[in-house]
Design a protein around this ligand. Structure first.
Ligand SMILES: N[C@@H](CCC(=O)N[C@@H](CS)C(=O)NCC(=O)O)C(=O)O
Length: 306
């Protein structure tokens, strides 16, 4: 099978989500380390300017966003391990809720608690990315206690969902549990109040511990230059076409894509290649990569003619 090349950095929580999924899938993978803040000159030629972490490369097919990466892993033969209950839709919905409702608050807590210790450039970059225009360090600090209360409430909902089987979807670990486990890993590792908060949620801690047991899985390292050469030597294998009645765009049309909401993310641009009900793909070309296909989820991203 073609290599699963993960472009990531080890402290990245969303990358950890995918590392846990790779371990759950029991598959080997290839690690390319990328910078924590831009510039990312050896990544962004591959992604048509998507700057976030992680990115999964399969030859000349470039998968952005963890929800879309989970789908790519399922399509690469790991459906049974990631979505054992048979309902990928339900699993994606639960995972999406955890990303939006819990991870978002966890990021706010961790970044706020890092003010004064993390490099100012890092705080500025993440503030512009996550908190919208006009955010301030003082505003984050003033809201901190209230955010911790909200986070605790959302974790309590997740904890109660685990009461029956110990897992979020069925009776074995799956993609939604991976999502909860990455948030727990992030809170525990990066906020000194994380351990105390999590100790209120024994079912969540159990999932965290179970999935962490082999969290790096089996991987080898590759340089970013080698990964670009892999893309150059390959051609995209993903399909073309539109299978979405709400799509008013045509194949080959130039499109602009942005994460929903106000953020400093750069525009992602390319020619529309594919759209079904949950995925959007564009064709993109650069000297470094040749022709690649870049894939994103529709949920959470705004696309328009460009
Ligand atoms: N919705 C995205 C969120 C990814 C995300 O925000 N990742 C963080 C790192 S954990 C990020 O990109 N930070 C800025 C960067 O790495 O440049 C996903 O599920 O992949």
């Amino acid at each position: 099978m073609t290599d699963l090349i993960l472009h990531h950095y080890w402290p990245s929580p969303f990358a950890h989500k995918v590392r846990l999924a790779l371990a759950l899938a029991g598959t080997s993978w290839t690690s390319v380390e990328i910078p924590r803040v831009p510039p990312k000159p050896l990544l962004m030629p591959l992604t048509a300017n998507y700057r976030r972490t992680p990115v999964m490369q399969i030859g000349a097919d470039i998968h952005c966003d963890t929800q879309n990466i989970a789908r790519a892993l399922a399509e690469a033969g790991h459906e049974d391990r990631l979505f054992p209950s048979g309902s990928r839709g339900r699993a994606m919905a639960i995972s999406g809720w955890i990303d939006q409702a819990i991870a978002e608050l966890a990021v706010r807590v961790v970044i706020t608690s890092a003010i004064g210790t993390a490099p100012a450039e890092f705080i500025r970059d993440r503030g512009d990315l996550y908190f919208g225009p006009g955010w301030t360090e003082d505003g984050l600090k003033a809201g901190f206690d209230g955010v911790v209360l909200q986070l605790g409430a959302q974790l309590a909902h997740a904890e109660s969902m685990l009461a029956d089987t110990g897992y979020l979807d069925g009776s074995t670990p799956s993609w939604p549990d991976v999502t909860l486990a990455f948030v727990a890993w992030f809170l525990r590792g990066r906020w000194n109040g994380g351990g105390a908060l999590l100790s209120r949620y024994p079912h969540i801690e159990k999932i965290e511990a179970e999935l962490a047991s082999d969290s790096a899985g089996s991987y080898r390292e590759m340089t970013a230059e080698e990964a670009l050469a892999v893309a150059r030597a390959a051609t995209p294998q993903s399909p073309r076409g539109i299978d979405n009645p709400a799509c008013n765009l045509a194949i080959g049309q130039r499109v602009v894509i942005r994460p929903r909401g106000a953020s400093s993310d750069p525009d992602i641009t390319g020619q529309l290649r594919f759209m079904d009900m949950t995925r959007l793909s564009i064709d993109h070309e650069s000297d470094e990569t040749g022709a690649v296909a870049v894939h994103l989820p529709l949920a959470g991203y705004a696309v328009r003619a460009g």
